[in-house]
Structure formats: C-alpha cells, structure tokens
Design a protein around this ligand. Structure first.
Ligand SMILES: *Cc1c(COP(=O)(O)O)cnc(C)c1O
Length: 321
C-alpha cells in the first residue's frame, strides 16, 4: 500500500492526471480525508496571502458551514455547536452570513487571503447557494485578491451530476477540496488548485500516507466510472428522477415544506422531528440521515437505480404519514 512519498508512483500520476484533465485545475495534493483537504486549502490561502503582504492572513467562511473537525477545518466550520468545547481556535477567521452579500462586503478586505464556502451547505440542511450571490462572491474575491475555495467534500465527485457542484453555477474557483466520494469508499481526500495560486514548495505541506498507490488507484477507478463509463450521465438522469419524486411527495404529504438540492444531493424539509422519521425509516429497512434541524437528507450511492428511488420515497412517505 505504501511507497515513500519521496517518489511518484504510477497510480498517483494517473489519478492526478484524471482529475486535472477533467476539471479547471492544474495541481493536485492528495491526503486522507475531507478535513485534511480543507487544511491544505487553508494553508495554501495563508501562504498565498503572506507572499503578497505580511497581514494578508484573514480567512472568511460562512455561518452554518461544515468543513471538518481538525483544528483549522473546525475553525472554518461556522457553527458554535461544533466549536464550543475547543475554543480558542485559529485566529484571523471571520464569518459571513451565507447567501447574504452585504454580510461578506462588511468583512472582506485587502487582509483577506481566502473565502471558503460550500455551494450546497450539506450538514446544515442541504442549502444551495444563490447563483447571483455566488457570482458576487467571486467578484469580491477577485477585487481583494483572495482565493475562492469551494469545499466539494460532500457535493463533489459527481454527486450533483457534474464532477464538482460549483460547475452548476458558472464560477471559476481557485481551489477545491474533495474527499468522501473520491475513493468510492476508500479513504482519500484531495485539494486541487490552479497554477497561478500553487504557492507551495516542497516542505510547506505533505502527508506520509496521502496519495498512496491503493487510494489513488481507487480514485482513478472512480474518475473512470464517472467520466468514461457514463456514471455522471446516470447521476443526471436519476438525480432528476429523485427530484421529481420528492416534489410529488411534497405535494402529497402536508408535513413536507420544502424539497431542495441538485442531483443526488437532496433535502426534504419537514415539520415533524427528523430523528423520529429516521428511526421509522430504519425500521422499514432504509438507512437515511437528517441534516440541520428539520431536514431529511438524501445522498444515495451514485449507482442508485430508479426502482430503488421509488422504494426509498415510498418508505419515507409511509414514515411521514
Ligand atoms: C464530511 C465533510 C467534511 C469533512 O470530511 P472528513 O473526511 O470527515 O474529514 C468537510 N466538508 C464537508 C462539506 C463535508 O460534508
């Protein structure tokens, strides 16, 4: 499984090549999890800022975001419930209200080195970004020369029918982080960035096991399935089907107040207690999770079939009524 990372290996090169050839990015750093991918992104933004000016070190993230549980990623996670037992966290981090451009304008400045956000907030209840807002975020990042970092740990690797969810919104981030689906179940994360912001030199950042032959082989297989064997197209088809079925459910069941998301990342907002519904679904043979305070989250395997979606929505309906 392991070869000293003094050397490149074929699987590492193949996986990197697949990722850069199918995205906007030029460079890849492999690690072992989503949190680590965000740590790499945060460090990259810090160094990028420092090279411009000694006090260009502020990171902006969003309230209600989720970026992982290591200290840097936890600092970026704008939720008191995750942070409260671990304060103080990294200095120099500010939080803006998601989907509110005035809130970002108030805190972004020449001191900002990076802005990190999810284009669909996952943990906090499947909340998609508004496209006009996101374009303004991108403009502000350009104006202040801050890196635009998109956390694609949950939304990336085909989940929305595009390789990365941000591709649904017509923006061009400098950096993305990815993990979860990247290895199809094997633990691997990655940070991807563009050449003009790739400021790391050897020694700045590294991971002993990151990019090992086993996990990068898995990532190559996943990429091959997505890009060459029709999995992205499949997600587009079944994602549209899931959206349609959940919207029918919304019309039929009173306690469903909203259905939102893209592709195979959908949230069903309900007025009942999600925990009870999750338990009822489990009794009926379906494992599902909640997100935020009042949302049932659908993030099925990308290979899910229409028949399985029918079954899943039927079970949820029984649990809800
Ligand atoms: C799960 C998640 C993470 C953390 O990933 P780990 O592999 O658990 O460290 C980071 N960001 C988002 C958006 C996530 O959903």
């Amino acid at each position: 499984m392991h070869i000293s990372n003094y050397y490149y290996t074929e699987p590492l090169v193949n996986a990197s090549k697949m990722l850069v050839e199918n995205s906007d990015f030029d460079k890849v750093f492999f690690c072992n999890s989503g949190a680590e991918a965000n740590e790499a992104a945060i460090k990259l933004a810090k160094k990028y800022g420092k090279l411009k000016s000694e006090d260009k070190i502020e990171l902006i993230s969003m309230k209600q975001s989720f970026h992982g549980r290591t200290c840097g990623a936890l600092t970026a996670t704008g939720q008191e419930k995750y942070q409260k037992n671990f304060l103080p966290l990294l200095p120099g981090t500010k939080y803006a209200v998601y989907n509110d451009i005035e809130s970002l304008k108030e805190i972004i400045s020449e001191k900002t080195c990076g802005v990190i956000l999810e284009v669909i907030q996952g943990e906090s209840g499947i909340i998609p970004v508004q496209v006009e807002y996101l374009k303004q975020v991108e403009e502000l990042c350009h104006k202040y020369d801050a890196l635009l970092i998109i956390d694609e740990v949950q939304s990336g690797m085909g989940r929305t029918g595009k390789l990365f969810a941000y591709e649904n919104f017509g923006i061009h981030p400098d950096v993305v982080s990815t993990a979860k689906g990247l290895g199809g179940g094997v633990p691997v994360g990655a940070m991807l960035c563009k050449d003009d912001v790739a400021v790391f030199v050897p020694g700045d950042h590294a991971s002993t096991f990151g990019g090992n032959p086993m996990v990068t082989t898995a990532a190559t297989v996943v990429m091959d399935e997505l890009v060459n064997n029709g999995l992205l197209a499949h997600v587009q088809e079944v994602g549209a089907y899931l959206t349609e079925k959940l919207n029918v459910l919304k019309d039929e069941v009173d306690c469903v107040t909203d259905v939102r998301g893209i592709g195979l990342m959908q949230g069903v907002e309900i007025t009942k207690t999600p925990k009870d519904i999750v338990s009822k679904c489990m009794e009926k043979g379906m494992l599902i999770a909640s997100a935020g305070t009042n949302v049932i989250r659908f993030v099925p395997p990308l290979i899910v079939t229409k028949e399985e979606i029918d079954e899943a929505v039927a079970i949820l309906k029984e649990a809800l009524v």
